[in-house]
Design a protein around this ligand. Structure first.
Ligand code: SF4
Length: 276
């Protein structure tokens, strides 16, 4: 049995940075909250809770404390609301997401219509939309792209974890509809590197294990990409979700992990497969 981990897998720069910022803040201030779960990984969130760092959905739940804005970012209104309530805000928004927020803010102030390619329910997209008065058209598929009309000068951005192939199709539709379109491919390199490394590996192995939260958008997409080329693809959160005996029947096992999956969870799974 051979186990191979994809060349790019696990924690990305933005997630690692958010965890570092939060841990450092927790040394100085015990009354620490995060706006929503810091990252989409239940095991990491449990560890943060054990360290006294609670996730809140509303700013007033963080009164008298410090509120960390997670790597996905948050709408502008959350930051202003928290500050007006006297809450100290620490911004751990990933710098790549921040750049998207700044773009839509600037273009919308300049009178451009905004299109965000992504999932309207994902916190990153909700956050970005909150930097252009929640006025963006949000498009998640080729089908959705039928709603794209020429509303004058338009700026289009894309959720950092979006699948490039679908984005490309939506971009072509937007180009054919809108005369004055400024489109930014804001898919994060960490995402595309993880996706192509996982695809490359999934093509070569008998079974593919994709590790990460069930709510982690980039992990779900990694699992879809792998399942397209490897019918034995399993999306799991920890080794407890895995039937080790079943997996060990295969000769070659590939492993990939979403950007919010810590290394210790990946190592734990490898150890379980190697030890039994
Ligand atoms: S996937 Fe990219 S954009 Fe998202 S947090 Fe990680 S580094 Fe930032």
């Amino acid at each position: 049995m051979k186990i191979e981990v994809a060349s790019h897998a696990g924690f990305c720069y933005g997630v690692e940075r958010a965890i570092k910022i939060t841990s450092e803040a927790n040394v100085a201030d015990k009354n620490l909250y995060t706006f929503g779960p810091l990252i989409h990984n239940a095991q990491v969130v449990e560890k943060l809770e054990a360290a006294g760092i609670k996730a809140v959905e509303e700013t007033h739940d963080a009164l008298n404390g410090t509120l960390v804005i997670r790597s996905h970012g948050a709408p502008e209104s959350v930051v202003t609301e928290a500050e007006s309530q006297g809450i100290e805000v620490i911004d751990a928004t990933c710098p790549f997401v921040k750049k998207i927020q700044e773009k839509v803010h600037r273009y919308s102030n300049d009178g451009y219509a905004i299109i965000i390619v992504g999932d309207s329910k994902h916190p990153e997209v909700i956050g970005i939309n909150g930097w252009c008065n929640n006025a963006a058209l949000i498009v998640n598929s080729e089908e959705d792209a039928k709603q794209i009309k020429d509303n004058g000068p338009t700026c289009m951005v894309v959720q950092t974890t979006f699948r490039y192939e679908i984005y490309e199709k939506i971009l072509n539709i937007a180009k054919s509809e809108i005369k004055d379109l400024v489109a930014y491919n804001t898919i994060c390199a960490a995402t595309s590197k993880r996706q192509s490394a996982a695809l490359d590996l999934a093509k070569r192995v008998d079974v593919m294990i994709v590790i990460g939260g069930k709510h982690s958008s980039n992990t779900v997409k990694l699992a879809q990409i792998c399942a397209d080329v490897c019918k034995n693809t399993y999306h799991i959160q920890t080794y407890l979700d895995l039937s080790v005996t079943e997996i060990k029947k295969y000769d070659s096992i590939g492993i990939s992990a979403g950007a919010s999956t810590p290394n210790w969870i990946i190592d734990e799974i490898i150890n379980k497969l190697e030890e039994t």
